[in-house]
Design a protein around this ligand. Structure first.
Ligand SMILES: *Cc1c(COP(=O)(O)O)cnc(C)c1O
Length: 497
């Protein structure tokens, strides 16, 4: 194949010429505008097979530069088929993340500045905009002034930092200095979370040297919420057996069902036992922006830290997770380490975000959150999330009123856990099979994308509504597809029988 020469390329060294950048910059923005407004043309779930994309690409890098036309053609022909469209209104899987116009434009600017916010000095606006924007975000969520915020990439990393701070706070042991080698007199440090907790907590336990055994999972009630009395018992038992309890993770909006742990009761136990309380509200936390939903944060005022992800339900392109803490200085004590070459004359007057985590360099993520909050406004954001809650209710009521389906967990937000359960089938293994087949057949339509979980060992389908582009008609489509595909599967069964 003949590769067209790049007519802008002058043969001199340096970057892409400004005229070329302008030309393709405009072209790409036009492409994105068409892509987003026409997104329903695409199957939401990529239909490629494993290895398809790799096979379609050259195994070795080009020796000579290629023209941008070639590169962009490659995006359309080779990359696009392998994209699962998170921005598609039919994306109702996992916890969705949708991007928005203001968020995308801010990402572009952030890449252009390429500012690295390791120190205040390395871009004062990066640090100060993060402080201002997170102070806005704190107010939007109704959190008290003693919560200070910092942006990390993901909730997994935010939580890992919170638990590291909790570890730093442990009295009588110098983990930072001596590692766990200085704690040979105890059996181990113990972290607590419910059985429904996100796997990132287990990963924190692995990363921070607590080990998987250092995380004790507390049973949940029928509505998948941590049972506080069981937490109390576990702590007492552990202390007797030589463990040192130090931290509890409560969840507001668990990953499978969005259940809400009783944070106020858990906070009382943490206060009594002097344990750090971290609250994981990565997905559902943003609903506290709606005044009527604010009660989900009951007890959070007593938490030591809280994570909320704007990159989930706040229309922010991945990645952007916010950790709020009331113990900023302990987080700093856990991580601050300033070598000579990073000292500046402003250190006593400013925040240097490198002091609050393992990474030195950091992206200008605050810019996109600032764009989004300014563009939509608190009210615009609140109205959108409210609409998602309304649509979630429409769907869950459809499930409740449909004799062939069964609701499998309460619906505190807009995530519905359900399964098909026709009256004539009562064998659990058959129901699992039927629901797995139903989910796969729904996903193969390309119109909606759903994922599953297991609750009490039963295969359960989840439908999540949190995408920026979702409208009532998409919920109706989801209902129709579920009903049609179930009918098809049941008729197929009769034929085979
Ligand atoms: C999504 C989610 C996480 C993990 O979020 P990342 O940002 O992908 O690391 C953790 N906890 C809860 C409750 C979540 O919903």
């Amino acid at each position: 194949m003949k590769i067209e020469k790049n007519k802008f390329y002058s043969g001199s060294l340096g970057d892409m010429p400004a005229d070329e950048f302008r030309k393709y910059g405009h072209q790409i923005i036009d492409w994105i505008a068409d892509y987003l407004s026409g997104i329903e043309k695409f199957p939401v779930l990529s239909q490629v097979q494993p290895g398809d994309i790799k096979k379609s690409l050259p195994a070795a890098p080009p020796i000579h530069g290629e023209g941008m036309d070639n590169i962009l053609n490659g995006v359309e022909q080779k990359i696009l088929p392998g994209i699962t469209h998170w921005n598609h209104p039919g994306f109702m899987a996992y916890f969705n993340s949708t991007s928005s116009g203001p968020g995308i434009l801010a990402e572009l600017l952030a890449a252009a500045f390429n500012a690295n916010g390791m120190l205040w000095k390395t871009s004062p606006a990066l640090t100060e905009l993060e402080e201002v924007t997170l102070n806005w975000f704190r107010q939007m969520l109704g959190l008290n002034e003693d919560f200070w915020g910092i942006i990390y990439d993901t909730a997994s990393v935010s939580t890992m930092h919170a638990i590291a701070a909790a570890r730093e706070q442990i009295e009588n042991y110098q983990i930072r200095q001596q590692g766990f080698a200085g704690a040979k007199d105890i059996r181990g440090f113990r972290l607590y979370a419910s059985e429904q907790v996100h796997s990132s907590i287990d990963k924190s336990a692995i990363t921070l040297g607590l080990g998987i055994d250092g995380l004790r999972k507390i049973p949940v009630d029928k509505e998948f919420r941590m049972i506080p009395s069981e937490l109390g018992k576990a702590i007492e038992e552990d202390r007797k057996n030589g463990w040192l309890p130090f931290c509890v993770v409560a969840t507001i909006g668990t990953t499978s069902t969005t259940s809400v742990d009783p944070v106020d009761k858990i906070a009382a136990i943490c206060e009594r036992e002097k344990l750090w309380l971290h609250v994981d509200s990565a997905h559902a936390g943003v609903t506290a922006i709606i005044p009527e939903m604010r009660n989900i944060f009951n007890g959070v005022e007593k938490a030591d830290s809280l994570v909320v992800n704007p990159h989930k339900w706040l229309f922010t392109p991945v990645d952007l997770s916010v950790l709020f803490t009331r113990k900023k200085n302990i987080l700093k004590r856990a991580f601050s380490l300033v070598p000579e070459y990073l000292k500046t004359s402003e250190d006593s007057k400013v925040e240097n975000y490198m002091d609050y985590g393992i990474q030195l360099g950091r992206r200008f993520r605050a810019l996109k959150l600032w764009f989004i909050i300014r563009y939509f406004g608190t009210e615009g954001i609140s109205e959108r999330i409210k609409e998602h809650l309304r649509l979630g209710k429409i769907f869950s009521e459809w499930i409740i009123n449909n004799p062939q389906f069964e609701l499998m967990a309460p619906v505190p937000f807009s995530t519905t856990c359900f399964r098909a359960h026709p009256k004539e089938i009562n064998d659990e293994a058959k129901l699992d099979k039927l629901n797995e087949a139903l989910m796969n057949s729904v996903n193969s339509t390309g119109n909606i994308f759903l994922t599953h979980t297991k609750l009490n060992d039963k295969f359960v389908i989840r439908l999540v509504i949190s995408g920026l582009r979702i409208e009532e008609r998409h919920v109706i489509t989801a209902e129709e597809i579920l009903q049609d595909k179930l009918t098809e599967l049941l008729i197929g069964k009769e034929h085979r029988a």
